[in-house]
Design a protein. Sequence first.
Length: 137
Amino acid sequence: MSEQQQKPLQMNQENSSLGKVEIAPEVIEVIAGIAASEVEGVSQMRGNFASGVAERLGKKNHGKGIKVDLAEEGIVVDVYCFINFGVSIPNVAQQIQDNIRQALINMTALDVDEVNIHVVGIQFETQKDESDYDQEI
């Protein structure tokens, strides 16, 4: 992680005399990850080997498949996901962008400059287990 990405964001609160509010980039990753996963047609988010092992052990990683870049121009969110077979990729990508943008505005009052969607795979329908076939017979 770059030094720029690790710094927390400070929210603009002109009328607040109570103190400042800072939001860590990891929080933005989690919010964006949950918002992307909620979209119909998204099969799963891309993770690495370590996140796959952690999920098998019961630890859910909501920030996987999300990369947040805090640049001078603003906030850039990159989403890496698998899409279900048979859905319209442009429509699903647009819904992911809209859902992430709305969730970040509602929860953090931060407006993102870009939400880039990277479709890294297609998830085909899973085949029935052999036990399902045995039950049908």
